[in-house]
Design a protein around this ligand. Structure first.
Ligand code: FAD
Length: 461
């Protein structure tokens, strides 16, 4: 039997599995987390319930396919539960890596290990209740800096300003290396927090950087920037509510200054100049001028990296695939070792594992489907390989001391969470630690079989 293994059950892994299962192959899906969904479950903003529910439904439909088998809470990688060599020993016809971008990107600044300094992904994992991040200390204070001007930065600002149950923010400052014309967030994301901004303050900031931007022919007049990014600020009667959301442009972090308790007390930034590049883009160039900004929390929202501990060859944007100098824009999905300059036949990479922090769920899905088509073509032409069947894989993993979560376990867990939501009078409920999830699954299983024991007792009398 030719079976295909997929590593990672985020959107990319699930939609790749669907494609491969539809082509008629058995798919074994290995996932680090107990639950499937990846960042769709544990990254997308908690209040985007409709979007999350829609995605959960689609993921459940894929997992219901009879030739898709799920092994949750199994982390693949040289430094983890199951190595790639061990996976290979189960004779898959191909392996598709869809494990996302699990490494964090900070800047390597002095003081970066201070308390209160976080990577965005870890922080969103925390507030979306992914174990073990849910139980870790991600305390935030009154003055918070977020480095980066993408949608993730604005999601985090929204959480800090509006929805965090223990919020105490007085000011959230978003820091950008370049100017206001290089803002990356979408209009509909900033809309959630625009009412925390001040027209006068943003006007002052735009005037502060306007000359430096003008040297690159950039017009950053308030009218232009309000029109482009801050539609509500355009209105003269705009009213600001606390806490405050501010922006600081043309600023690159250079050092983190901790207090006596080891918590960040200030962030030092360099004032940047903006220069025009040959390709028409701009680059930020730090000047010797430094400014210290008093903050007690700092969050880097500058994208993530692929995880080096998995043991796949690392490329600049994701796991390495063969470069094609003639068609640099054409995506490659087969993994390639830059040292040996050889393709690793039958190993594919899709989604954020191929291009870290790139695109929304729809883009990850498309990438996965195109990559899965390549894998299917490879498998079709590959010789018979006797891939282990799902029960054999389960036995192998349990023999290794792992406690893989199966599709049946997921159904029991969903039932336990529904029950918990009812008891707590909530619309939905999500367990936030692995131990509790295992216990809930066991309790639900016991509950399911208890009536049958009762039936037997009754029929015996
Ligand atoms: C804060 C934030 C907010 C976002 N908001 C939106 C939004 O509103 N709308 C939208 O469309 N998109 C949003 N996105 C983007 C969206 O989440 C991504 O496009 C998508 O999740 C990428 O899918 P993926 O499967 O490639 O990676 P991921 O979603 O990261 O999935 C990776 C999967 O691999 C598993 N895994 C990791 N390492 C291993 C391992 N070693 N072994 C086994 N399994 C492993 C993980 O458990 C996970 O299930 C957001 C992203 C972030 C970070």
């Amino acid at each position: 039997m030719k079976g295909v293994f997929v590593v990672g059950a985020g959107p990319a892994g699930i939609f790749a599995s669907r494609q491969i299962a539809l082509a008629g192959y058995e798919v074994s899906l290995f996932n680090r987390d107990i639950k499937p969904g990846g960042l769709a479950e544990y990254g997308i903003y908690p209040l985007k319930e409709k979007m999350k529910a829609g995605l959960r439904k689609q993921f459940a439909q894929v997992l219901e396919m009879p030739n898709v088998h799920y092994f949750g809470h199994v982390q693949v990688g040289a430094a983890y539960d199951l190595t790639i060599d061990e996976l290979e020993a189960m004779h898959p016809a191909a392996i598709v890596f869809a494990c996302g971008a699990q490494g964090t990107r900070k800047l390597g600044l002095p003081g970066e290990d201070a308390k209160g300094v976080y990577a965005a992904k870890d922080f969103v994992y925390h507030y979306n209740q992914l174990p073990p991040y849910a139980a870790m200390d991600f305390s935030t204070g009154r003055r918070i800096a977020i480095v980066g001007v993408g949608n993730v930065a604005i999601d985090i600002a929204r959480w800090l300003l509006e929805d965090s149950p223990d919020r105490q923010a007085e000011n959230v400052l978003v820091i950008a290396r370049r100017g206001p014309l290089e803002i990356k967030f979408d209009e509909k994301e900033i809309e959630f927090v625009e009412r925390h901004m001040s027209r006068d303050e943003l006007t002052g900031e735009l005037l502060r950087v306007s000359q430096r931007c003008a040297r690159c022919n950039q017009d950053v007049s308030p009218e232009k920037i309000f029109e482009r990014h801050f539609l509500h600020l355009r209105n003269a009667d705009f009213a600001t509510i606390p806490p405050r959301l501010s922006f600081r442009f043309l600023s690159s972090p250079t050092a983190i200054l901790p207090d006596a308790n080891g918590r960040i007390a200030a962030l030092e930034v360099a004032e940047n100049n903006l220069i025009l590049k040959d390709d028409g883009g701009t680059a930020a160039v730090p000047t010797p001028e430094r400014v210290a900004i008093a903050v007690d929390t700092l969050i880097f929202a500058i994208g993530d990296r692929h995880d080096a501990k998995i043991g796949l060859p690392m490329g600049p944007e994701g796991y390495a695939t063969e470069p094609n100098p003639e068609r640099p824009r054409e995506p490659h999905f087969e993994i390639w070792n830059p040292e040996t300059r050889c393709t690793i036949r039958g190993h594919y990479v899709v989604g954020w594992a191929r291009q870290a922090s790139t695109g929304l769920v729809g883009i990850a899905r498309h990438d996965a489907e195109v990559g899965a088509a390549k894998a299917i073509e490879f498998v079709r032409n590959a010789p018979e390989c006797d891939t282990l069947a799902a029960p054999e894989i389960l036995a192998w993993l349990e023999g290794d001391g792992l406690r893989p979560i199966t599709k049946t376990d997921l159904a029991l867990l969903a039932r336990a969470e529904e029950r918990e939501a009812q008891v707590r009078h909530l619309a939905s409920f999500k367990f936030s630690d692995n131990g509790t999830m295992y216990k809930a699954i066991a309790a639900e299983r016991a509950r399911m079989f208890a009536p049958r024991v009762e039936e037997c007792r009754l029929s015996a009398v």
